[in-house]
Design a protein around this ligand. Structure first.
Ligand code: UD1
Length: 418
């Protein structure tokens, strides 16, 4: 168990390069399984989640070479058994993204039900319904999902909810199916488009990614390719909040401002200056931080993955803000921890009412999940006294070189000695 210690050191200033997107890298790493030819992926962020995904691939038989900073050459010409055990999948919910590629390429797979952040029940029913529509036999025995289909057939699939993971898994499975698959009410997150671009570079025929209707025409095989992962919009957003909460000014390099629109709009409402250029964003703290209301929604709505960080910011604004979480049922675990730091937050069902206070106070808190942990780091940047965050390994699942990047901007943050 690792811990982080943060001591107040005033405003953060400077620039930071945003790493490749965790949520784009994970499905793309899984998608390499669709081909036996080498794929080279650049800007894979150095995180425990991506290391876990690479570990799962290695166990399957992938040959993986680290070809440079954040880049990997992956060849899947020696996959032994299309199977993954709980020891591997239990640490990473996105591990289930290997199901679609394995099913498509090897006609069957056995994958232990995934683990991951405890932010809700996180079922995989939509993934399974999709596979079943493509003609797969689906069963779950003793915690192992078993999928089998001698041939996948294209189908029309309507998702009850635009699930990111289900859209990705079905899209990957459909690339090698016979005929045409249409996914309606598909997720439209930028990471879906990045995956589609990667698949198309491999020779797939995916059209409409980034809209709610994705059409995939099956092809007999896929080739290797070279791809650079898009920048991480959630890491970027977290540094924008870091600028605002510390009273500083941070320039983000390597971002796609379009991907951050839902956050930028809210930050401007709070009085924060957000200046966009082609691939960078300059965020400068507000003279007076106004309250705002947010409702988390699938893209292009406000991202659930930025909800806890904004909650930390609202905790020190001048007024009352309301957060409504509609995507996950249990995503207010950071609230109890922020309250330990003096925040005034009340939860009513799916809403959190945040009454801004002039100051937060450093104390011992626990990172209950990845983004909750990020919120506590942000709160620690402006709190009086020392903030000690336990279970910090959650944070390293999603933020590459986080302490180093924050230290370069002037923060006093370090790993606690064990
Ligand atoms: C992805 C992101 C995660 C983000 C989330 C929502 C990755 C690796 N993770 O997670 O960071 O918070 O999108 O933007 O990309 N659901 C079902 N049945 C299913 C699948 C999902 O009911 O089969 C529900 C979930 O319980 C949840 C909602 O759909 O309430 C959204 O989940 P989904 O979009 O699938 O999120 P993930 O792909 O798991």
């Amino acid at each position: 168990m690792s811990s982080l210690i943060i001591r107040p050191k005033g405003p953060l200033y400077g620039s930071v390069r945003i790493s490749g997107s965790k949520n784009a890298a994970l499905p793309i790493l899984a998608a390499t399984l669709l081909s036996e030819k080498p794929c080279t992926i650049f800007d894979v962020p150095p995180l425990s989640d991506t290391a876990n995904m690479l570990g799962i691939l290695r166990k399957l038989g992938s040959s993986i070479r680290h070809t440079g900073k954040d880049s990997f050459a992956i060849t899947n010409d020696n996959i032994k058994k299309p199977e993954a055990e709980y020891e591997d999948t239990g640490r990473l919910r996105a591990s289930f993204l290997i199901a679609g590629p394995l099913l498509a390429k090897y006609q069957k797979c056995r994958i232990a039900l995934p683990g991951g952040c405890k932010i809700g029940s996180r079922p995989i029913d939509l993934h399974l319904k999709g596979f079943s529509s493509l003609g797969a036999a689906v069963s779950i025995n003793h915690g192992i999902v078993e999928l089998c289909a001698p041939r996948l057939r294209g189908a029309s699939i309507y998702l009850d909810f635009p699930s990111v993971g289900a859209t990705e898994n079905i899209m990957m499975a459909a690339t090698l199916a016979d005929g045409i698959t249409v996914i309606e009410n598909a997720a439209v997150e930028p990471e879906i488009t990045d995956l589609a671009n990667f698949l198309n570079r491999m020779g797939a025929c995916v059209r409409g990614a980034g809209t709610d209707t994705v059409k995939i025409t099956g092809v007999p095989f896929l080739n290797g390719t070279v791809h650079t992962i898009i920048p991480d919009r959630i890491e970027a957003g977290t540094f924008m909040v870091a600028a605002a909460i510390s009273g500083g000014r941070i320039k983000l390099e390597n971002v796609v401002p379009e991907h951050l629109k839902p956050l930028s709009a809210k930050m401007r409402e709070m009085g924060i200056s957000v200046l966009e250029s082609d691939t960078s964003i300059l965020t400068e703290a507000a003279e007076e931080l106004f309250p705002t209301d947010i409702k988390t929604l699938p893209f292009p709505g406000f991202p659930t993955d930025m909800q806890s960080q904004l909650c930390a910011l609202m905790s020190v604004s001048h007024g009352t803000s309301i957060i409504t979480e509609t995507v996950f049922e249990n995503r207010f675990m950071h609230v109890e921890e922020l309250k330990r730091m003096g925040a005034d937050i009340t939860i009513e069902g799916r809403a959190a009412i945040v009454k801004g206070k002039p100051h937060l106070m450093g104390t011992k808190v626990t990172a209950t999940d990845l983004r909750a942990g990020a919120a506590l780091v942000l709160a620690g940047l402006c709190a009086e006294g020392e903030t000690h965050i336990g279970d910090a390994e959650h944070i390293f699942r999603g933020y590459a070189n986080f302490e180093e990047k924050l230290r370069n901007l002037g923060a006093d943050i370090e790993k606690a000695p064990i």
